[in-house]
Structures are given as structure tokens and as C-alpha cells.
Design a protein around this ligand. Structure first.
Ligand SMILES: [Zn+2]
Length: 285
């Protein structure tokens, strides 16, 4: 659900999210515990009175709806535990970014909460800093780190991988995450790009690399990963859109049948290669 008040716009980052949570009365010690108790945050924040949290059969991920006492958050019980946690955090973001409590509306600036803002807020709420950045720094950049972080923070691989790419970019390590799926076309069975997320941005904030959707992926590590559930690493030539570099790739596959997809991490800048911790990863020859 989207917010109903538009008065100002803030740039969401770890600092502003922490300020908004503090303003909503969330105890900082709750935020410091990993995995984050998002249900407790929903019930204790005071920006919007959440009187009930339900797991239901829904046609959407989650909803924030008024009830006679306050508001109810419903999340889709058909989704994984990790995805339900993200949906709950997303609705908490709506509650805090577009407060429904008159005490919070009076005299205070309202914030426009877009769906995108709520996704960012939820990500920073579930994978808070400095804890998340400390783990990334300690474990080093790799797919194994993403899996470990997802287990630690109880978040989906996809949400964790996106947060990982953003955070490691802040640490000065460029990388691109590419999700691909097998498609059978007349040209044969090929892995094709479903989506990509990168931290290599141009000065105007737009992505440095253009990676077209549905583009055929040629990574050796991705095809090796498709065949089993191990992580595969390769030093190889990557040619995808305007990205052309000989570099390190790491891939791992998830799911079965038509739901099988491959996540590949690409490190476009070779000068960072020496920092990669790949000693525990099976390297493709
Ligand atoms: Zn929403």
C-alpha cells in the first residue's frame, strides 16, 4: 500500500533510516540484535499504531490496513519465512514513512513513501549497519559471504545479494550481480539475463554498465553452476552489453526445473581481484 501524504522527500540511507526509527520510538537495542525482530519493531514503533500482525492467503506480498483499534499488517503466508520477514519490514516502512498517528502528523514534515523507498527501508531495517558492513568486511566479497549473510540476517538470497552489492560498493569494491535463467529458443538452450544490480555508477547516478534483459549469458561459471548446487568460480572474458572485461566470476544455482536460476557475481575491476577470498570455493578449470 502506498502512503497518502506528500509534503517532503528525504534521501534514504542508513543514517536517515536510523533517525526515523528513533523518532518513531524504536529501542536501539532491538535494532542491534541480529536477526532483527521485525515483529517487535512493528508493534513498538509509534508512527502508526499496529495492533495486529497476520499471516494470511493474499494475492500480494503484504498489506497495511486500518482496523477499529489501529492498523493490521498482513503478510502472505504462502511465501518463505525470509520473504514474509521482508514483506513485514516493507509494511513497517509504510507505517513509519507515512505515519498514521496524529501525534506524528502534527507539525512534523510528512515524507512521501514510494514503493522503492519502502524496499530500501526494509532492506536497511533487516540488514542494519554497522552490523551488516562489519560482516561484509570480515567475510570478504564472495557468493559464500552472501549465503552466510542470508542465514545470519534471515533474509532471502536475492534481498541479501542486493544489499551486499550496495554495501560493498560503499567499501570501494565494484561488483555486479546478475540473475539468469535457462531459456530454450531456436538458437538453443542458453542462460539469459533476468535482472542485474550493480554498484558501479556514473557521476549522474546512473549505472555504468548497460546489461540488457534477456541477453544471452556466456559465463563459464554460470553454466558449471547450473549443473549442480556448488559455487563455481572462473577467470574469464565477460562480454555483456557494454561490459567487456577479462575478470573473475562466481556463480551458484538455486531452485529446480523451470524455477532454477543462476546468480553470478562479476567483479569488473581487475585491480580488486587480489582481495577476493575464493580459497573455500571450488574453482572451475
Ligand atoms: Zn508497499
Amino acid at each position: 500500500m502506498t502512503g497518502n501524504s506528500v509534503a517532503s522527500r528525504i534521501r534514504l540511507n542508513d543514517a536517515t533510516v536510523a533517525q526515523l526509527l528513533a523518532k518513531a520510538g524504536v529501542d536501539p537495542t532491538v535494532l542491534a540484535q541480529v536477526p532483527v525482530n521485525v515483529g517487535l519493531i512493528a508493534r513498538t514503533q509509534r508512527a502508526t499504531p499496529i495492533t495486529s500482525i497476520k499471516r494470511e492467503d493474499l494475492p500480494v506480498d503484504g498489506l497495511l490496513l486500518p482496523n477499529p483499534q489501529g492498523f493490521t499488517i498482513s503478510v502472505n503466508r504462502g511465501h518463505s519465512e525470509e520473504r514474509q520477514r521482508f514483506s513485514l519490514a516493507h509494511e513497517v516502512a509504510h507505517a513509519i514513512l507515512s505515519p498514521r498517528n496524529p501525534a506524528f502528523r502534527n507539525g512534523s514534515k510528512h515524507i512521501r513513501s514510494s514503493e522503492r523507498d519502502c524496499e530500501s527501508f526494509a532492506s536497511m531495517l533487516l540488514m542494519p549497519n554497522p552490523a551488516f558492513t562489519d560482516f561484509v568486511r570480515d567475510y570478504g566479497p564472495s557468493l559464500a559471504t552472501i549465503t552466510r549473510l542470508a542465514n545470519t540476517f534471515k533474509t532471502s538470497i536475492r534481498a541479501t545479494a542486493i544489499r551486499f552489492v550496495d554495501v560493498i560498493g560503499q567499501l570501494g569494491v565494484p561488483c555486479i550481480l546478475i540473475l539468469s535463467q535457462l531459456s530454450c529458443q531456436t538458437s538453443g538452450r542458453r542462460l539469459r539475463v533476468q535482472w542485474a544490480h550493480q554498484n558501479t555508477l556514473k557521476p549522474d547516478g546512473r549505472p555504468e554498465f548497460f546489461i540488457p534483459s534477456n541477453k544471452s549469458v556466456g559465463f563459464k561459471s554460470a553454466y558449471a553452476a547450473f549443473g549442480n548446487d556448488a559455487v563455481h568460480a572462473a577467470r574469464e572474458m565477460v562480454e555483456l552489453g557494454n561490459l567487456r572485461v577479462r575478470t573473475q566470476t562466481e556463480s551458484v544455482a538455486f531452485g529446480r526445473g523451470s524455477n532454477r536460476f543462476v546468480v553470478t557475481l562479476v567483479y569488473p575491476d581487475a585491480k580488486h581481484e587480489s582481495q577476493h577470498s575464493v580459497d573455500h570455493i571450488k574453482t572451475e578449470k
